[in-house]
Design a protein around this ligand. Structure first.
Ligand code: FAD
Length: 375
């Protein structure tokens, strides 16, 4: 039994705690936010996620797939919305049966937190922001507190403080590649009591330098994500008045404008999020400290695989611990060796899929081939 500190109770941290608790370790999860199960979800990250088989496999292993899938909306293909012309549905599989699933990020995180809290040996501690690594120091509403652990696992997301600390100690190299594009979330509310668009598809408006997608939510709304350059004449900043916003949408997204009664308010008040790829190494130090999920390898969201990939990390670390008899000094290097190549592959595919989604899915040549890929 090892005393493990997991930093971050997001998707990776809370799932990881379930796996480690089941292996008999004493796990304390430190999260900077207050308990999200008690309040409103934090804005600024996507409201919903596409969960695919990779992520589902991990949830199945901790018995959570049933609960999560009960509220999921299967999307069996992508629906392309050209500026003029007809909608084009492109199924994800030849038989039209395979799907990726739209799920609420908040509900998924809450289900994972409930499962972690119910796992013997797991303790969740909120309002603890990691600010020091050696020793472990957390900022809390009551001031700074110190903690001790045999093993520290950084599951604290793309802007990881654990990674930042390792960088400060010169124990890690990193490269951060930000895209010129950012993203903003917009909403299509239910129309009457029903979905305003087909809820069985992931909707895409490919527009070359910009692109919008929409995923359905259980309350029959859709969350749209508009991807657009951060600066320049055609960018988020270029639409500075309500009239300019509506004019832009009437020209570039004419079919969806009548479905977005809150467009101007959403546009003016929702933040523009950054998108980028984090590469760093090593992911582990001396078998006592490791990064996992976005903290180790954040990717751009165009393949809908960041969370799925973080879940796969948890499965692989659990497997490495099982194979090494829970010898962390062997398990953590093995974990890194097995995951690194796969993660780099998905990072590159996610970047390539941006070009495909914003451009190629609308081209006649592409439609002849009818590729069957996710997102
Ligand atoms: P996070 O979910 O970011 O969790 C990190 C946790 O650490 C948070 O709870 C945070 O509060 C906490 N934390 C941070 N700093 C500290 C600190 N100093 N001390 C303590 N706690 C701390 N992935 C998919 O699989 N499918 C999708 O469809 C998809 N869509 C996306 C759309 C967008 C617009 C974006 C931006 C991402 C999308 N992703 C998607 C990627 C997915 O969101 C991430 O890969 C996933 O959230 C990574 O999980 P994580 O637990 O590693 O990090």
């Amino acid at each position: 039994m090892t005393d493990v500190a997991v930093v971050g109770a997001g998707l990776a941290g809370s799932l990881l705690a379930c796996f480690l608790g089941r292996r008999g370790h004493e796990v304390t999860v430190y999260e900077r936010r207050s308990d999200p199960r008690a309040g409103r979800a934090e804005r600024g990250r996507s409201i919903n996620l596409a969960l695919s088989e990779r992520g589902l496999d991990a949830l199945r292993r901790v018995g959570l797939d049933g609960d999560v899938m009960a509220a999921a909306l299967p999307m069996r293909g992508r629906m392309i919305h050209p500026i003029d012309g007809h909608l084009d549905f492109q199924p994800y599989s030849v038989d039209g049966r395979r799907a990726i699933n739209s799920i609420s990020r908040g509900a998924l995180n809450n289900a994972l937190l409930d499962a972690a809290a119910a796992t013997p040996g797991v303790r969740l501690v909120f309002e603890h922001r990691l600010v020091g690594l050696d020793p472990l120091v957390f900022e809390t509403p009551q001031g700074k507190v110190e903690a001790a652990a045999d093993v520290v696992l950084g599951a604290d997301g793309a802007g990881s403080a654990v990674r930042g600390q390792l960088l400060g100690y010169g124990m890690l190299d990193e490269s951060l590649d930000f895209l010129d594009h950012g993203y903003k979330e917009l909403t299509i509310p239910p129309l009457g009591n029903d979905f305003a668009l087909d809820p069985g598809a992931l909707h895409i408006w490919p527009r070359g330098t910009s692109m919008m997608i929409a995923l359905p939510n259980p309350d029959r709304s859709f969350t749209c994500t508009l991807f657009w350059p951060n600066g320049g004449t055609a960018s988020f900043a270029s639409l500075s008045s309500p009239a300019a916003i509506e004019r832009h949408f009437s020209v570039h997204y004419p079919d969806v404008l009548p479905l977005m009664p809150n467009l101007v308010d959403d546009y003016q008040h929702n933040p523009v999020g950054k998108l980028g790829t984090v590469r760093c190494g090593p992911w582990q130090v001396d078998g006592r400290l490791a990064l996992i999920g976005d903290a180790a390898h954040a990717i751009v969201p165009f393949y809908g695989q960041g969370a799925n990939c973080a879940f796969e990390d948890c499965v692989e670390l659990d497997r490495c611990l099982a194979e090494t008899g829970d010898e962390w000094a062997d398990a953590l290097p093995l974990f890194e060796a097995r995951r690194r190549e796969n993660v780099e592959a998905i990072a590159q595919m996610a970047l390539a899929n941006f070009v495909e989604m914003r451009d190629k899915v609308a081209s006649p040549l592409f439609q002849l081939g009818k590729k069957v890929e996710h997102a």
